[in-house]
Design a protein around this ligand. Structure first.
Ligand code: DAH
Length: 350
């Protein structure tokens, strides 16, 4: 009796396993035959009722049946897993010959491009690039530049103060005295010559100005400073003329108008003849033929002294220009805010 049941179960298992459509079904079949309540297990349990002399034979047949089912299950499981893997490999195949998706490529911001151009020009004239902090102390931003605490010239640069003594620098001029101090220090400790000084100092500056078409609370300046024995206003004018010609073209001219800055004496506003109309008058130069490009002057003796230089022995000139302003002129941009809005429709044009 039991043997027949066993044979029938084995035959059914064989067929079921052969027909199984997936791994889940195989798992169910394993439970159905070999699980705690499975058919084969039941047969094993039924052995207790057999006469003792039949038990070994039946026991052996049960074991054989179990092993046969295990083997069949293992075989089909392996078969199915292999098939599944093949299918996945086929489905997930990567065509390495397809052209890649190009990553969109940016380019330098127009202000950075103009800064690079200005730096190139001045490096070509023998200048070096110096830098200073954007968070500055009152001492360097004002006092050492001959602008004492209650000096009315402070009104020209409405400032963003962090404490009474610390502010966001309102111009790049503090780099002048910072650099002088660094050169004097190098002279003292390393025996270097503190002359000549020939630097430009580009960087961000900040003022408490509401933004409009020609003002931004943050803008870009470039300072220039030259100190040596025998530097004259002629050197100033020659250097700035050469700069203007390299930037705007060989036929432009410059003119100096008297002005006032506390850290230079004498001081001048420097205009360049309009590169758009050639000086005959147009919208860019507001019909004057001239465009203001920077402020400049001979370094004030107090500033030289504050930097550790003897104004009896050396002299120098300085200038400060607005990189944003020059970029606006060079590119014909009418609103400074365009540079800071990060609108790609604007930036892509440069
Ligand atoms: N620091 C001045 C400003 O921001 C610009 C300037 C004028 C710098 C004349 C100079 C200079 O070095 O000589 O308004």
């Amino acid at each position: 009796m039991l043997i027949e049941e066993l044979e029938a179960a084995l035959a059914a298992a064989r067929e079921g396993i052969a027909r199984a459509a997936g791994l889940d079904e195989l798992k169910e079949l394993r439970l159905a035959y070999l699980g705690k309540k499975g058919t084969i297990t039941q047969v094993l349990r039924g052995m207790g009722a057999l006469p003792a002399d039949q038990r070994p034979e039946v026991g052996q047949r049960v074991n054989e049946a179990r092993e046969a089912i295990e083997a069949l299950l293992a075989e089909r499981t392996a078969e199915m897993e292999e098939k599944a893997l093949d299918q996945r490999l086929a489905a997930e195949v990567v065509d390495v010959t397809l052209p890649g998706r190009p990553a969109p490529r940016g380019h330098e911001h127009p202000l950075q491009q103009v800064r690079d151009r200005l730096e190139d020009i001045f490096l070509g004239l023998g200048f070096e690039v110096a830098e200073g902090p954007e968070v500055e102390v009152d001492l360097y931003n004002f006092e050492l530049l001959n602008i004492p605490k209650d000096h009315p010239a402070r009104d020209m640069q409405d400032s963003l103060f962090i404490t009474d003594e610390i502010l966001l620098r309102t111009h790049t001029s503090p780099v002048q005295v910072r650099y002088m101090h660094a050169r004097q220090e190098a002279a003292r400790t390393l025996g270097r010559d503190p002359l000549p000084v020939r630097i430009i100092a580009p960087g961000w500056v900040y003022r408490n100005d509401p933004a409009d078409a020609s003002h931004s609370p943050m803008f870009y300046q470039m300072e220039g400073l030259v100190i040596d024995r025998g530097i004259t206003m002629g050197d100033l004018k020659g250097t700035l003329l050469e700069f203007a010609r390299r930037l705007y073209g060989a036929d432009v001219n410059i003119r100096l108008r008297p002005s006032y800055f506390p850290f230079t004496e004498p001081s001048a506003e420097v205009d360049v003849s309009c590169a758009v109309c050639g000086g005959s008058g147009c919208k860019v130069c507001k019909q004057t033929g001239w465009v203001e490009i920077l402020g400049a002057g001979m370094v004030h003796p107090n500033v030289l002294r504050n930097g550790g230089y003897d104004p009896e022995e050396v002299s120098g000139f300085a200038f400060g220009l607005g990189i944003d302003r020059i970029a606006m002129q060079v590119y014909g941009v009418e609103d400074i805010r365009n540079f800071f809005e990060n609108d790609l429709r604007f930036l892509r044009q440069f």
